[in-house]
Ligand binder design. Structure first.
Ligand code: MV4
Length: 449
């Protein structure tokens, strides 16, 4: 097992990893930018090393500085958290060739999954269901027309090196195709440094369901059930829940088996998430696999009772998982609201600044993961997530009622937050009844102010 872990991240997730290290008896070192000097991860970790100014390129994305900090501190592993370098396979490789373990799957597996088209082809051949689409990069419009003549409109253009919804374009008919194709190519080039695109049949009224998995180095692979992440806006998830009301036990077992198959087929190790799209007829299709700990991992922790961060660190350190699929039971329902410092009245633009008052909700079934405190200044240099509010209930209606109460108790002054948006969502009839799709927020909430 590791004796000292360097945490290459900031904010609530850095704090979450510090907590896991403490419980495992592993020393923690956080790296931080000048901007984050007065932050809880810096205060709570055993050691903290300043690696540069606030610009991410000069700090949390700066590989040589992070590796140097690991060497100076004598860390034997690096936890990347989410975002920043978490899915950068070159960083994983540099860590390992510097003699520091990267807490994540092998860089070869990360590379395979980074190429969304390659992952799709590999898994499709292994019998994993994927949406009808192209097997190759679409070089020109002629090739595109050939594929579309087979699958029909609407189609979705996806960046081969993309993911997470960025740079995707839905094309409803051939009138729009030429201009959208060029636009999507340009966007992909800017966002991912590569303009390659592939095509899939577009699934309307989709639900976004993802399975948490964990694999140790000895071939044990388990899943922890699913999370429903359909409440999102512009591909940014806002509310996640586990289990999903759309998935019954039979479907859960069927999809869970496929999620494990995906991991086994790729030689995956560590914590990972297999993303599926579920259509109106409950058919499901593999979308992509994320090779990191996800923002929304707490809802899975709440319903399974497992500490996913500790397990992730243990298996990376070469320990066997120590439990199997039969040991994982889903108990109750958990919901997470992402509390972003954004102004819903100014098109969700970031609302940085000093937090003048901060009161956390509490009581039965409430968990808050946050690095914020009264007097803390939210920086404009990083993302706007300032807290994750998680409720647990014996069933979904109790989880919703507790969330409603906790959102009312939560006091954040000095910056604007999306708490009022969450209040409108969780009180909406369609949300309560479970009749919602990925277009819910845009259509039912924001469109109706
Ligand atoms: C799709 C899709 C419909 N059809 N692919 C977005 C995240 C990425 N991992 C996969 N995503 C989607 N892929 C096909 N063939 C719908 C989504 C999707 C989505 C699309 C438009 C607006 C919001 C969305 C939210 C979740 C998923």
């Amino acid at each position: 097992m590791f004796s000292k872990i360097l945490i290459a991240n900031r904010g609530e997730i850095a704090l979450r990893i510090v907590r896991a290290c403490k419980e495992l008896g592993i020393e923690s070192v956080v790296v931080f930018s000048k901007e984050d000097e007065q932050s809880l991860p810096v205060l709570f970790a055993d050691e903290a090393i300043c690696i540069g100014p606030r610009e991410p390129a000069e700090s949390y994305l700066n590989v040589p500085r992070i590796i140097s900090a690991a060497e100076i501190a004598g860390a034997d592993a690096i936890h990347p958290g989410y975002g920043f370098l978490a899915e950068n396979e070159q960083f994983a490789e540099v860590c390992r060739s510097s003699g520091v373990e990267f807490i994540g799957p092998s860089h070869e597996v990360m590379r395979k999954l980074g190429n969304k088209l390659e992952a799709r082809n590999t898994l499709s051949k292994a019998g994993v269901p994927v949406v009808p689409g192209s097997e190759k990069v679409i070089k020109d419009r002629k090739e595109a027309r050939k594929i579309i003549s087979q699958i029909g409109y609407p189609v979705i253009l996806k960046a081969t090196m993309g993911g997470g919804g960025r740079g995707m374009r839905v094309v409803w008919n051939k009138q729009n195709f030429d201009s959208y194709f060029s636009l999507a190519q340009q966007e992909a080039k800017v966002a991912f440094g590569n303009s390659d695109l592939y095509i899939e049949k577009y699934i309307p009224r989709a639900r976004h369901i993802e399975f948490q998995i964990m694999a140790d180095n000895f071939g044990e692979i388990v899943h922890f059930g699913e999370r429903n992440c359909s409440i999102q806006r512009r591909y940014q998830k806002l509310i996640e829940e586990s289990p999903s009301i759309f998935i019954d036990q039979k479907k859960r077992e069927e999809m869970g088996k496929i999620a494990i198959k995906v991991a086994r087929e790729l030689g995956y190790t560590g914590a990972g998430t297999v993303e599926f799209l579920v259509d109106e007829n409950d058919n499901f299709y593999f979308m992509e696999m994320n090779t990191r700990l996800q923002v929304e991992h707490p809802v899975t922790e709440m319903v399974t009772g497992r500490d996913l961060v500790k397990d992730q660190i243990r298996v990376a350190g070469g320990e066997p998982l120590g439990y199997s699929q039969e040991d994982i039971k889903i108990n109750g329902v958990a919901i997470e609201c992402r509390i972003n410092a954004e102004d819903p009245e100014k098109n969700f633009s970031p609302s940085p600044g000093k937090v003048t008052a901060f009161h956390l909700p509490g009581g039965p079934g409430i968990r808050v993961d946050t690095h914020v405190f009264a007097g803390y200044t939210i920086s404009s240099s990083y993302d706007s997530l300032i807290a994750k509010l998680i409720s647990w209930g014996i069933n979904r209606s109790e989880a919703i009622l507790r969330m409603k109460r906790a959102l009312e108790e939560f006091v954040i002054e000095g910056v604007k937050t999306i708490i009022p948006l969450h209040q409108r969502i969780i009180e909406h009839d369609a949300f309560i009844k479970g009749k919602f799709y990925t277009d819910f927020v845009e259509k039912e909430i924001i469109g109706k102010v």
